[in-house]
Design a protein around this ligand. Structure first.
Ligand SMILES: *Cc1c(COP(=O)(O)O)cnc(C)c1O
Length: 435
């Protein structure tokens, strides 16, 4: 069966209102100049009848695709019954359902004992709460974060983010964070976890005792660098030995993206604190969560407050998503199979052009060497109806974040477009090199 294929339109719609009234801070809209109208499953439609295959998924916010019918129905039913939309942090039916489902289907089967803190609704809020709590508990200021780490745009999280262009927006010094080399930052011969241990154990290294070590198991925005379970276990041990809390930022790598509900499952360590957002609501609704061991729940009431803590509509869709996708192992099996297909196809593309691949599970990409080449590839993909983005220090990684529910044949069809676009872009550069 031939899958439905993308059908992009060439017409660039009138952008005058955006140019006149929307802030210049907009970014994705610049590389995808269409007016989007609706979206379903893995497809986005523009207002001129064009159809696009979504290999960006809201940066892994739409792991279950757009407007999943089961999630959508749950939300429609809830709204139709005048369910609570906003209730500060009041107890609501939607919150109870979420907490009970999360306990039953996510925490218990994984033998995890966490308290859930509903922070403000975006990922950066969850990170702010995590590092604030670690500093409060330990009485220490310094956070160890890593090269190429990405943790959000508010000042505390931004201080933990590596990217210079993003940091530059802060306008004030970003202090109290030490950016240590991530796994394999200096190549596979240097164990950066051992280096960190040595520095923390040396009273003259100049590295202060940290409140927390904050790390992604696979770096999303930073270029799909992966850390091995051994490296991460070592980091967990270092945190324990040095009285620091281990925070896993699972905002992008979690919720199935790299395999399990949590990206660290089966790796042989348990984080003290976990941050979640992006695909947690399952439908693209803003919703963030900071999880921590019950003993760490040392907040006093209202100490970390906010008007939008716990989004009741997101409780409803997150609960429906957990029940539908995570009550047995079938979804994880699908992710494994699709991840293997993705790996094999990207490896073949890389081999053809002497390039390398990165990532884990359904969070993978191809290192094409420069941001210019990567941008030529993503633009060629977009012209063929494939929405895809880049990541990495120089935006040199073309990153595939297809919805996890994607049909295998559609995934292959999208990868055909990528393969062809990589060929076109690199052929161009061979031609330039030959001249
Ligand atoms: C996206 C992201 C964040 C920030 O989330 P926002 O919702 O954009 O504030 C933090 N950490 C990681 C790993 C992310 O991918």
């Amino acid at each position: 069966m031939t899958p439905t294929l993308p059908k992009p339109t060439a017409n660039i719609p009138d952008r005058a209102i955006y140019e006149r009234r929307e802030s210049g801070v907009r970014s994705y809209a610049r590389s995808m100049p269409r007016q989007f109208h609706r979206a379903q499953d893995v497809w986005m439609y523009d207002n001129q009848g064009g159809r696009y295959l979504d290999f960006l998924s809201g940066c892994s916010t739409l792991n279950y695709g757009h407007n999943h019918p089961i999630l959508k129905q749950a939300l429609l039913d809830y709204i139709a019954a005048d369910g609570i939309t906003h209730g500060l942090d009041l107890h609501t039916d939607a919150k109870q359902d979420f907490l009970e489902t999360f306990e039953e289907l996510i925490l218990k089967p994984r033998n995890l004992d966490y308290r859930a803190m509903f922070t403000g609704p975006t990922g950066t809020n969850a990170v702010e709460a995590a590092i604030k709590l670690a500093r409060k508990i330990t009485g220490r200021e310094m956070i160890v974060a890593f090269t190429n780490g990405f943790h959000g745009m508010t000042l505390g999280a931004l201080a933990c983010t590596g990217n210079a262009a993003k940091r530059g927006g802060a306008g004030v010094p970003l202090n109290h964070v030490s950016h240590e080399p991530y796994a394999n930052y200096h190549g596979t011969d240097v164990n950066s976890a051992e280096q960190l241990e040595r520095r923390l154990s040396d009273p003259s290294s100049g590295l202060d005792a940290p409140a927390a070590i904050l790390v992604e198991t696979t770096q999303g925005e930073g270029g799909l660098n992966t850390a091995s379970p051994e490296w991460l276990r070592k980091i967990a041990q270092i945190a324990r030995d040095h009285g620091a809390l281990l925070i896993i930022d699972d905002i992008q790598a979690g919720i199935g993206r790299t395999g399990g509900f949590f990206s660290f499952e089966g790796m042989g360590f348990t984080p003290d604190i976990v941050t979640m957002a992006k695909s947690l609501s399952g439908m693209g609704l803003p919703f963030a969560l900071t999880l921590f061991r019950p003993e760490l729940d040392q907040w006093s009431p209202g100490e970390h407050n906010g008007t939008f803590r716990g989004n009741n509509h997101a409780f409803v869709t997150a609960t429906a998503a957990i029940k539908h996708f995570w009550s047995d192992g079938r979804f994880e099996e699908d992710i494994r199979r699709r991840g293997a297909l993705l790996e094999q196809r990207l490896d073949a593309m890389a081999a053809e052009h002497g390039l390398s691949t990165r990532g884990r599970g359904m969070m993978r990409g191809i290192d094409v060497g420069s941001g210019e080449t990567a941008s030529a590839i993503t633009q060629a993909c977009f012209a063929k109806g494939l929405i895809i983005e880049t990541s990495g220090a120089h935006d040199e990684i073309v990153k595939v974040l297809a919805p996890l529910i994607i049909d295998d044949a559609v995934l292959s069809a999208g990868l055909d477009i990528l393969e062809q676009s990589v060929r076109e872009a690199l052929q161009g550069s061979y031609d330039i090199a030959a001249e």
